[in-house]
Design a protein around this ligand. Structure first.
Ligand SMILES: [Fe+2]
Length: 209
């Protein structure tokens, strides 16, 4: 399992998405690239001293979802939060996608040549397969988040976490729907097994029966 951060190189100011303990070792590269103007976290698991290092070195404030503020604040300084879907930069759309954590947030970047979806741990790659891990959120939240992701248009999926050698995925609209439907099907089967012994079952769009 590996995690990493991304640097969006933008004429209006670079942005770091997620975080990595190795960022300080990339100080010279970051300076040559024009520094860092913004930091955005998907969720609390990414928080660490490197976030404060980026702020102290480049003056880049850190933003995250309001529901991650307290947990992230134990690791580093949070400078701003948001609650709803909306543009946090003119070319970067924050999309709350709870399920892994209550404030997990995907970011859709309208890059110079394509649209890129940064999913953090909301959707990660396991040997190239799209997968989810419902950690501190709920399965219902995750299914709703996957259905939101399925409505987005993007050409690349860039998670914060990956297992194996495949760290990103080229995709398109029909592939996104197919991949998210496959995950939702697995989640629903899990819910069915979980509740069947009690005589209750759950189906998407129908709720509990
Ligand atoms: Fe995580």
């Amino acid at each position: 399992m590996q995690t990493h951060a991304y640097v969006l190189r933008r004429p209006q100011g670079n942005a770091v998405l997620y975080s990595s303990s190795t960022l300080p070792s990339e100080a010279d590269w970051l300076r040559e690239a024009g520094g860092v103007d913004h930091q955005f976290l998907n969720h609390r698991d990414e928080a660490g001293p490197a976030c404060d290092w980026v702020f102290d070195t480049f003056g880049a404030p850190l933003h995250c979802h309001e529901l991650e503020r307290d947990a992230i604040g134990k690791q580093c300084t949070v400078h701003g939060t948001f609650r709803e879907e909306g543009y946090v930069l003119p070319d970067l759309l924050a999309i709350p996608t709870p399920g892994h954590c209550p404030g997990s947030t995907c970011y859709l970047w309208h890059g110079p040549d394509d649209d890129y979806l940064f999913t953090g741990d909301t959707v990660y790659l396991n040997e190239g397969r799209w997968e989810v891990y419902v950690s501190r959120g709920t399965t219902d939240e995750m299914i709703a988040s996957l259905n939101r992701i399925a409505k987005l248009r993007f050409g690349f999926l860039l998670p914060g976490l990956f297992i194996g050698d495949v760290k990103d995925a080229q995709t398109d609209t029909s592939d996104v729907r197919r991949q998210t439907d496959a995950i939702i099907s697995r989640l629903e089967q899990f819910l069915f097994r979980w509740n069947h012994s009690d005589g209750a079952y759950w189906r998407q769009g129908q709720g509990w029966r």
